[in-house]
Write a protein that binds this ligand. Structure first.
Ligand code: SAM
Length: 190
């Protein structure tokens, strides 16, 4: 949506990186497990922002598409990938409209919640492919100002994946800390 693009372009317009250059800790921790689960190396980083997770995956041998609505976030990702000599296919698109193209062995979705997109993500997985997702949970410890619709409710992540053919390999809610999160590792049936 245009309002999202404007908001995020402003946020990425500042001097510093909004997120660390390092990948999500969860992704780094689960990389070896994921490699052992999937049969190919095609990956999609959903709402990639400045591309920290897609770049990490490219560094680790994945062929990565990385989608975001913010041209400024993507420009930062492109620059960093070029500096590192990595190929990442950064795509500017509004995920509320975008039709996923291709089949992926791994889809990562960090700090982004678009509930209607989840069935399309599962559809875009190769048999045996996995989705790793982690985003903010609405819990009493949550600090800062957040838009309610972008917060997971307790128990919701499990419900969002309950109807799909496959298995849940990890499902956690961490309601402590200033940014409580819920996370899932889901593998599509082979
Ligand atoms: C909290 S950031 C997370 C960035 C990245 N996943 C990470 O963890 O480093 C949320 C991202 O969602 C993107 N975004 C928001 N609405 C979007 C939409 N409708 N389509 C595509 N990207 C969107 C923003 O541009 C922003 O980069």
């Amino acid at each position: 949506m245009e309002a999202d693009r404007i908001k995020w372009d402003e946020r990425y317009g500042g001097k510093d990186h909004l997120f660390s250059l390092a990948p999500s800790r969860l992704l780094a921790e689960k990389l070896e497990l994921i490699r052992s689960l999937v049969t190919g190396r095609r990956a999609l980083d959903i709402a990639c922002g400045e591309g920290r997770n897609g770049i990490f995956l490219a560094q680790n041998g994945f062929e990565v598409d990385a989608v975001d609505v913010s041209g400024r976030g993507l420009a930062r990702g492109r620059n960093r990938a070029a500096q590192l000599g990595l190929q990442v296919n950064f795509v500017r698109a509004d995920l509320e409209q975008y039709r996923l193209q291709g089949i992926y062995h791994l889809i990562v979705d960090f700090n982004f919640l678009l509930r209607p997109l989840i069935p399309a993500l599962v559809e875009a997985l190769a048999p045996g492919g996995v989705i790793l997702m982690e985003t903010i949970l609405n819990a009493p410890t949550l600090q800062g100002v957040h838009t309610g619709e972008f917060l997971l409710q307790p128990g919701e992540l499990e419900r969002l994946f309950a109807g799909f053919q496959g298995r849940v390999l990890l499902l956690e809610e961490d309601p402590s800390g200033e940014t409580p999160v819920a996370r899932i590792l889901f593998q599509k049936a082979g």
